[in-house]
Write a protein that binds this ligand. Structure first.
Ligand code: EPZ
Length: 420
């Protein structure tokens, strides 16, 4: 078992430069999109995180061959072997559901295990299924598996009842090879969705409305290969911005997209962090002595990202005053709070709100990671908690952060990964 051990204190000042990795939530759909063509696709700047290896294991089972050199992946699905996504892989990573749309479009059939719930909520896929049925798929559910079949998908007009990143991505990919035009309304506008569309257009797809709430896709008979660079991970970048804000730090982030971080930057500036946009791919964050409390409500992009909620709660424990953090995207995304209480935070949960009272001095403790972003929030808290913090079950952290402890160590943190 691996753990992370941090010796933190209130006088830590993180300083230096950190290079942000490619976005986990962009590379996963980019990889499943390669099911739509029999030609080779090259993806650059991929993050070497656990979820990438999980999706590649699934892709191999489906018939893909690939190789990885440093942070570049070349992958090809000449022929689909078996269109089955087994339970253990879906359970390991819900995003495996992103094979459903492309498999249906390319192969006409897909059997995918229903993803269960996870630490952050129930995670249904009803909107994916409803959309695919409108494109002509017949879908049945047996023994925990969804079987979707369609001789040939046909275009249609679909309006998502609520914004769903995965649902938007699955439907865009399926529509690329459908007969006729598909109009998707109330689409998610996350940069990762837009980046997927950019890749699909390079592969020959006909997509209008990139980044908008209404996306139009004109189906084509086949897609070709392409080369595509994975966008930087805005959530990893946001995590380092909060690390600087917490430690009165002075950190330059490179290989980042400041334009993907507008709301996070705005909230951090309000709380007192000085953020300078140096150019289109780097920014500097200087933390302030006084941290101002504020209320945050998570919402779909371009609103405040739910994936930054846990990290921001840690910052608000150090702010003077009371902050109301409202989580509107997932129905159970406060599992980090019980662990933060053990470090001495003063937080109360009532429904979809976390009420954070600061400033509270945190003290190190043994803790347990419960999900990816919760783990990141425990690392951040450990940096400023006095004494030793141990974080168990860090496989959650490794799902979405590439060598986080090494990057923080290079900025001056006393942090290491220990094997027990
Ligand atoms: C993506 O998850 C991200 N994952 C999540 O990041 C992110 O938090 C989420 O989008 C934000 O919306 C990847 O991109 C791999 P959704 P996804 O479909 O697609 C409900 C991280 O930490 N819903 O946008 O699974 C759902 O329950 C991860 O990197 C339905 O009700 O999320 C949730 O309440 C965590 N029916 C809301 O919509 C559906 O059919 C948003 O879910 C689909 C979703």
């Amino acid at each position: 078992m691996e753990k992370i051990r941090i010796f933190g204190n209130q006088n830590l000042r993180l300083k230096g430069k950190v290079r942000i990795s490619g976005a986990k939530n962009a590379v996963l759909p980019a990889i499943t999109a390669t099911l739509l063509t029999q030609e080779k696709v090259r993806l650059k700047n991929i993050p070497l995180v656990k979820d990438v290896y999980t999706i590649l294991t699934l892709m191999k089972e489906l018939g893909a061959s690939y190789n990885i050199k440093k942070n570049s992946l070349s992958i090809q699905v000449k022929k689909i072997q078996s269109p089955q996504a087994p339970y253990e892989l879906i359970q390991a990573m819900r995003a495996s559901i992103l094979v459903l749309g492309p498999l249906l479009a390319r192969f006409g059939k897909a059997t995918v295990a229903l993803p269960g719930g996870c630490a952050i909520g129930s995670r249904p896929i009803d909107l994916h299924i409803h959309g695919l049925e409108k494109l002509g798929a017949s879908i049945s559910l047996k023994h925990g598996y969804i079987t979707a079949e369609a001789k040939k998908l046909h275009g249609n007009e679909i309006e998502f009842e609520k914004k769903t990143v995965g649902g938007t991505e699955n439907l865009i990919m399926a529509a690329c090879l459908a007969l006729g035009e598909t109009v998707l309304k109330n689409c998610s506008q996350e940069p990762e969705v837009t980046s997927l569309c950019e890749l699909l257009v390079k592969m020959g797809a006909r997509i209008d409305g990139l980044g908008e709430e209404t996306i139009r896709i004109k189906g084509v008979s086949e897609l070709g290969g392409a080369t595509h660079e994975i966008i930087p991970d805005r959530i990893e970048a946001g995590t380092f911005l909060v690390a600087s804000a917490l430690t009165q730090g002075d950190i330059v982030l490179t290989r980042v997209r400041p334009d993907h971080l507008d709301t996070v930057i705005e909230k951090l500036r309000y709380s007192g962090t000085q953020i300078e946009i140096l150019n289109s791919s780097s920014l500097r964050a200087i933390g302030s002595k006084e941290i101002r409390s504020q209320d945050i409500t998570t919402s779909p992009y371009p609103g405040f990202p739910t994936d930054m909620q846990a990290q921001f709660i840690v910052l608000m424990t150090q702010a003077s005053g009371t902050s109301f953090i409202t989580e509107t995207i997932f129905d159970r995304r406060f599992s980090h709070i019980n662990e933060l209480l053990r470090l001495g935070a003063n937080i109360e949960v009532s429904g979809d709100k976390a009420i954070v009272k600061g400033k509270t001095l945190l003290s190190g403790a043994e803790t347990r990671a419960t999900d990816l972003r919760a783990s990141a929030s425990l690392v951040l808290a450990g940096l400023i908690a006095s004494g030793r913090t141990i974080i168990n079950e860090i496989e959650h952290l490794d799902r979405g952060y590439e060598r986080l402890e090494d990057k923080l160590k290079s900025l001056g943190a006393k942090i290491e990964r220990i094997k027990t």
